[in-house]
Design a protein around this ligand. Sequence first.
Ligand code: C6P
Length: 413
Amino acid sequence: MANFSDLLLDVARVRRDFPILDREVHGKPLVYLDNAATSQTPVQVIATFDDYYRRLNANIHRGLHTLADEATAAFEGTRETARAFINAAEAREIVFTRGTTEAINLVAQSWGRTNLGPGDEVLISLLEHHSNIVPWQLLAAERGFTLKVIPVDERGVLDLDAYRDLINERTKLVAVNHVSNALGTVNPVTDMARVAHDHGALILVDGAQAAPHQLIDVQAIGADFYAFSGHKVYGPTGVGVLYGRAELLEAMPPWQGGGEMIATVSFETPTTFAAIPHKFEAGTPAIAEVVALGRALSWVNEIGLTHIAAWEERLLEHATDTVSRIDGLRVLGTAPDKAGVLSFVVDGAHSQDIGLLIDQLGVAIRTGHHCAQPLLARFGVDATCRASFAAYNTPEEIDIFAESLERVVSMLR
Ligand code: C6P
């Protein structure tokens, strides 16, 4: 049995914040190991959402009445909380989006459409989620620049020599994830940012899988853009954050037009735009979700990301050891620096079947291509099973998962 007693995370106390963990699935206690897809929501965040609609609900930045003022203050409060969460220099460098996907599309449509053209190159990696591939493919087809891909080795580690070979004076942007959702690899984004900047390129970091699991300091990384999603960091769906260096955001044109993003609108003279970040927030945003995201980030701070990271690292070790005993099981992603993601395939048992059968035993894992089809193709598979961990998971749950997996595999063979 793995020993977790030296770690400074009181998992029983953490679990009390998550009522959903008490439910049963198919008559069995839920073991939720699909946190890389969406993490569960603590009562404090649910209460903030509820309180918003009970007491504050109003449109923001527009009204002069009390509710509008209070809703605006709560909304803008999250901007400051998000700034501190990733150590951005200024709150106006935080743009609210619908999630990581929209944040990357914003950069592609605004910065990319203005700055990329024939002869230019954008470097992404084989580890990317489709949301950091397809926006660049769409734009490359339209603007005529070249998309290049940094390869990975057998362990799922980015080939940094290849990165240094691929980058050159034509490279305008490096767009990579901080942590791979499919394999868990943690990428050396600080070193990669230095190399990008040495070549005059910008770096966009997709932090969807990093923000819930490790302390983020966008200034220390040297990120020009950094994106993450609320629903993976114990917050609501439908909201995310794009960090952009103020100087870059200021120079970028709006990508969507509408209310709230303008300074003046006229048919006689050119329409002028609001200052950042509002220039990028057209229309009524997901106000309650943004307010609740602020509470989610504070909840993470209360538990402590360093404690969460240490806890999840131990869960990963324990899970890797336990499932590796299963005959014919192959772990995909064996990088020395990994976050709490365990991807695997099992000889003689299709991943989809494993996912369906293990759900019958109350265990939620993800199966499929994890929106990373080129990466899975690199490993010669079209699907894996993926267990991913959060602060509320326990070693006992890992044991249930491993026993259930063994049962399921023996049924399928
Ligand atoms: N990955 C997963 O199960 P959105 O959907 O916009 O909140 O996040 C997109 C995204 C971007 N980058 C990375 C590295 C991600 O992991 C994700 C979402 C989920 O792995 C759903 S496919």
